[in-house]
Design a protein around this ligand. Structure first.
Ligand code: G
Ligand code: G
Ligand code: MN
Ligand code: NA
Length: 262
């Protein structure tokens, strides 16, 4: 349909923009960074969410230049946040999370593009976290993991996104170069009722303890209430993201939030 014909030129026309959703430390409530979430301001349809065009971008190959653009914009934004606060020390390590599509993983330029962007912007690799979905790494062979390993060795964090959505092979975690698990929103939703489902509590408790024993940090998504945040904090989760803290928004908003907590 119409989106398919408009997509290839949307990047050149400057129709994409990025919103940022804060990542909050559950222990002290401080903002530790943000996830970059791309949107398309379509001239006729208005703002389109990534679910509407990422699959199309993957299908047409636009995802590679689009993904590179998102990465560069996001890393530049991270540097701008740091500069306005007089460097990393003022705010602590404010970090940027960027989603990677499976197509980007198999693209041979990924490592070099990332290195170039970090060098051009002067941002340290450990300020960047790349999010890869669990399903993208199912049955991943060494060729697929090699670029992620290279990036991890440089100090870039790799997060396993949407973790626990049914494909999990916990034993497999050991061979993946990941340092963060992003627990899927469905776990957070099951903490809505009080008392929460005891089986779900046990599952999250188990995932957190396994993750920590493998030296992985746990981020939870979709936190909409203070009760959920408290429950997930008690269960040992490290970082949280969700409407309770902030919806995805313009970069200035993260700036304000971070300032309040600084
Ligand atoms: O907030 P939201 O509707 O933006 O996100 C929907 C989905 O789109 C999420 O699963 C998110 O991971 C994905 N997404 C958002 N931005 C990007 C991006 O820049 N690249 C890729 N590959 N996926 C993204
Ligand atoms: O990368 P990922 O699939 O996790 O992208 C996050 C998605 O979750 C985005 O679509 C974002 O808008 C959405 N989201 C972020 N916070 C919340 C929340 O608190 N509740 C719900 N229902 N969705 C959220
Ligand atoms: Mn994500
Ligand atoms: Na997710």
């Amino acid at each position: 349909h119409g989106l398919t014909t408009a997509l290839p030129t949307a990047l050149d026309r400057g129709e994409f923009f990025i919103e940022y959703q804060p990542l909050v430390h559950l222990g002290d409530g401080s903002v530790r960074g943000a996830e970059a979430l791309v949107r398309w301001l379509h001239p006729q349809h208005g703002v389109l969410s990534p679910d509407r065009f990422i699959p199309l971008a993957e299908h047409t190959g636009l995802i590679v230049p689009l993904g590179r653009w998102v990465l560069e914009q996001s890393v530049r934004q991270a540097r701008a946040w740091r500069e306005r606060h007089g460097g990393a020390e003022a705010l602590g390590p404010l970090r940027i999370n960027v989603n990677l599509s499976p197509c980007q993983l198999t693209h041979p330029g990924l490592v070099q593009d990332t290195v170039d962007i970090l060098e051009r912007t002067g941002v340290e690799p450990n300020a960047l976290c790349l999010e890869v979905t669990e399903s993208a790494l199912i049955g991943a062979d060494d060729d697929l993991l090699k670029p992620l390993r290279r990036l991890a060795e440089m100090g870039v964090d790799i997060a396993l996104d949407d973790f626990g959505t049914g494909y999990s092979n916990l034993a497999n975690l050991r061979r993946l170069p990941v340092s963060i698990l992003k627990l899927d929103r469905s776990f957070t939703q099951s903490m809505q009722q009080f008392p929460a489902d005891p089986v779900d509590l046990k599952i999250v408790e188990g995932i957190v303890s396994l993750a920590h024993s493998l030296d992985l940090a746990v981020t939870v998504e979709g936190v909409e209430t203070g009760a959920q945040a408290e429950q997930l904090r008690i269960l040992g989760c490290d970082t949280a993201q969700g409407w309770y803290y902030a919806r995805p928004g313009p970069p200035e908003r993260l700036h304000d939030l971070a300032l309040v907590d600084a």
